[in-house]
Design a binder for this molecule. Structure first.
Ligand code: PBG
Length: 326
């Protein structure tokens, strides 16, 4: 039974009918806004490659949170840029580090905003890698686990609502889970960057977070963009080790991975709409080549349609403003 009995255009005839059969809805539910907190005071530093995104010092972070609150954005993901970097990233796990202090400030003044923290060492190490570097440049897996667990625990102790390990060391979810549980944080969820690819779409982020590797690349720990079976194995391991939410990153070039993860595991799934995905749209819009709002909405819808219920996106404020104006 096909044409002329079937006419697909019948249900496209006007907005009212189109909206009745709409399968995917964009809302602020599950939208997570990344924030960069930098050491020092009186800073609101624009990131040139990410128009609209800034690094804030702690004393000016509230300016941004007022907007986040007014726009009803439910959650933020925190990244820290410390004053002091060293080989072991020791500023990452200080009780009064930039992130630990940010958590306290946000939970004190804005208790309703969910605070998720990125757990990684690359912003804190002088070599810019996500773990402990051996003499030959290789990142030592097991030595890194201890430091990541300390970092996650310090975030928990400061009062965060969720930790999100992004380092891609083997075994880190189990290691962090155990350390949280041993210290009374058995109710603190872990959002695992499970399928994190070694992507060139992170370029602008590394300016924002001052975290570019000083030598080599991240190919020995982040995933090869060619692989999807491997992504499923990564997700399976993270779930086994105690991940509550699994993540695919980046989002748009990996929609197939999001779909496969959702279908196979039926777990709460997040996708990271990364810096390069944001910058491409902003850059084209600035040239007048694309309609920014429409392209943003279409991109975010595609990520949801693929199967992610949470989206980490630099567009969070833009989306909130757009939804409000509709
Ligand atoms: C830290 C981390 C990175 C991103 C999130 N956490 C950078 C990297 O792995 O190099 C990238 C986010 C983005 O591009 O927006 N490891």
């Amino acid at each position: 039974m096909g044409f002329p009995v079937q006419r697909m255009r019948r249900l496209r005839v006007n907005e009212s009918i189109r909206s009745m059969v709409r399968e995917t809805e964009l809302s602020l539910k599950g939208i997570i806004y990344p924030l960069f907190v930098v050491y020092g005071s009186d800073k609101r530093v624009p990131i040139p490659s990410m128009p609209g995104i800034y690094q804030f010092s702690l004393d000016r972070l509230a300016e941004e949170l007022e907007e986040v609150k007014a726009l009803n954005i439910p959650a933020v993901l925190l990244f820290g840029i410390p004053e002091h970097k060293d080989a072991l990233g020791s500023s990452a796990y200080q009780a009064d580090g930039v992130i630990q202090n940010s958590i306290k400030l946000i939970k004190d003044k804005y208790p309703d905003i969910t605070v998720i923290t990125d757990v990684c060492l690359c912003e804190y190490t002088d070599h810019g890698h996500c773990g402990v570097v051996e003499r030959d440049g290789y990142v030592n897996n097991d030595a890194t686990l201890e430091l990541l667990a300390q970092e996650a625990l310090s975030h928990a102790e400061a009062g965060c609502d969720m930790v999100a390990p992004s380092d891609m060391m083997d075994g880190r979810i189990g290691f962090i889970r155990k350390s949280l549980d041993d210290n009374g944080f058995n109710n603190l969820p872990i959002m695992a960057y499970s399928a994190k690819y070694c992507s060139s779409f992170y370029g602008p982020f590394r300016d924002a977070a001052d975290s570019a590797p000083q030598f080599g690349d991240r190919k020995t720990y982040q995933m090869d963009p060619s692989n999807i079976n491997e992504a499923l194995r990564e997700v399976a391991l993270d779930i086994e080790e105690g991940a509550d939410i699994v993540m695919v990153k980046p989002a748009l070039p990996y929609l197939d991975v999001i779909r496969a993860v959702k279908e196979k595991f039926a777990y709460p799934t997040a996708a990271y709409n990364v810096s390069g995905e944001y910058s491409m749209i902003k850059a084209a819009a600035l040239q007048g080549w694309l309609d920014e709002d429409r392209v943003m909405v279409e991109s975010l819808i595609s990520i949801k349609r693929a199967g992610a219920e949470m989206i980490i996106t630099y567009f969070a404020k833009d989306l909130a403003r757009l939804l409000r104006s509709r």
